[in-house]
Design a binder for this molecule. Sequence first.
Ligand SMILES: NC(=O)c1ccc[n+]([C@@H]2O[C@H](COP(=O)([O-])OP(=O)(O)OC[C@H]3O[C@@H](n4cnc5c(N)ncnc54)[C@H](OP(=O)(O)O)[C@@H]3O)[C@@H](O)[C@H]2O)c1
Length: 291
Amino acid sequence: MRVLIAGAHGQVGHELLRFAPDGCEVVALGSAELDITNAQQVAKVVERLRPQLIINAAAYTAVDKAESEPERAWAVNRDGIAHLAQTAERLGIPIFHISTDYVFAGDASEPYRETDPTGPTGVYGASKLGGELELVANCSEHIILRTSWVFGAHGNNFVKTMLRLGREREELGVVADQRGCPTSAASIARALWALAVQYREHGSLQWGLYHFSGTPACTWHEFALEIFRQAHALSLLERVPLVRAICTADYPTPATRPAWSVLDCAKLRETLGIAQADWREELAQVLRELA
Ligand SMILES: NC(=O)c1ccc[n+]([C@@H]2O[C@H](COP(=O)([O-])OP(=O)(O)OC[C@H]3O[C@@H](n4cnc5c(N)ncnc54)[C@H](OP(=O)(O)O)[C@@H]3O)[C@@H](O)[C@H]2O)c1
């Protein structure tokens, strides 16, 4: 099965290449080879390659910057998905796409289900929701995997920021009133490939929208404490810094963050047999890679 990966040089794209199963011919393209904002290029590249499946890991992911350059965020996260979806539908190719917990308002107290109303509070979340809607409207065979708090050894993420700050500072403040689910890029890649293998074996899937994140839920503060604990045990850090619990209001950012980002992942488990990974074990793997 030939699989085209768009956005192949990002965190998830990188892990998709690492975990590609036997028997899949992977064509991995970065934005230089396939710019999803360019409708003509999307049509031309997909027509030439004729993949049996497209996995889209391309996105505009700069949450704060999106507030000051919304046109770019919408161009990639909504229009880019529309281009992929229209071409894929015309050629009969399914798309696996990744979306985000930021489509929700973040004011819930129970884990979000796929059927819960959305209500993004910033440009990034709104543009990602726009992409979901384009995919649903234009490509009948699609999987949308909403995920959250992505980390890995490759690319920029909270784990790598904490390791840097932990080396530079003796003390730091980390937000303790936002709750979510850290998710390793590797676990997302493995989930997507498991779905790809199911599709290859059965020629179809239960298409639709699914939530997928790591478990258990925690705050950024708890996540930071675990990063420092494990990094110190692996000698990645000489000493564990003092981590103060602070409030969102103490750490103002251009884009508001959801206070509650916990995703209910039961549908994916019950429908397609994909279980959540424990992010603490995934973190250990990432730290070993970094060591
Ligand atoms: N990171 C998180 O915490 C998080 C949380 C929830 C959901 N997600 C979702 O998970 C998915 C993967 O995220 P990630 O963390 O792997 O993102 P990432 O590391 O920022 O990678 C995104 C990739 O998209 C590429 N890209 C940007 N504009 C493009 C364009 N016009 N055409 C083609 N490629 C383009 C980028 O390439 P260039 O650098 O060359 O532009 C980059 O390699 C995204 O859909 C994201 O919204 C992420």
